[in-house]
Ligand binder design. Sequence first.
Ligand SMILES: [Zn+2]
Length: 221
Amino acid sequence: MNSSEQPLKTAGYRTQPLVVPGNSCYGHGHGWAQVVSFAPQVHKEERVKVPMRDMVCHVCGKSSQIPAAALSAQCVHCHAYFETTHYVLHSGTRHRILHTLGNVIVPGGVELSHLDVMCSDLVISGKVSGRFCAAQRLELRGRARIKGELSADFLSVPSGASVTVAPSVMVRNAELRGELRGRLIAKGQVHVYSNGRLLGACRAEKLLLDPGAEHEGVLLT
Ligand SMILES: [Zn+2]
């Protein structure tokens, strides 16, 4: 018996290539012929379930699922490539261009200019200028000041905040419980809660003002 005629191990991972009798030589003393596959056999019940999370592509806007622990990911729709790191920016940071599927935080007291940020959730409490796009949630806290292009799917200004955007912020929906100075352009609904203030022009499909809420500025159409 030559070595290629040893019985195959079929459980778990193969340690040798799977071979089957080739029709042309089987029975003629030439042994095994056709190599079929080196692929490891992984049985269904052995597969490990990887925790997944949703991602929204910054380029095409479509959502898909990526492994929760992935450090980078590629959009299955448009093939754009992103890292998934979260960043907390401090004054003097060398990071000026941040395109990540993770979240970005600019804490209070931090002043940064010429930033180019694309991320999932963005929280700004500091004073920044540049271009900012949050694919999901944008939260403006404390005494945040933002100059430049600012857009997000959802804007939240929490209670107690007094923030300024110049010239404007573009969102789908917004929820104001604190004070926002600047122009607010919304494709969907703007909801100003009691004690919330919007000081600037507003364009929205629907503007909801709770009792005690304030809007000073024109309604754009
Ligand atoms: Zn995409």
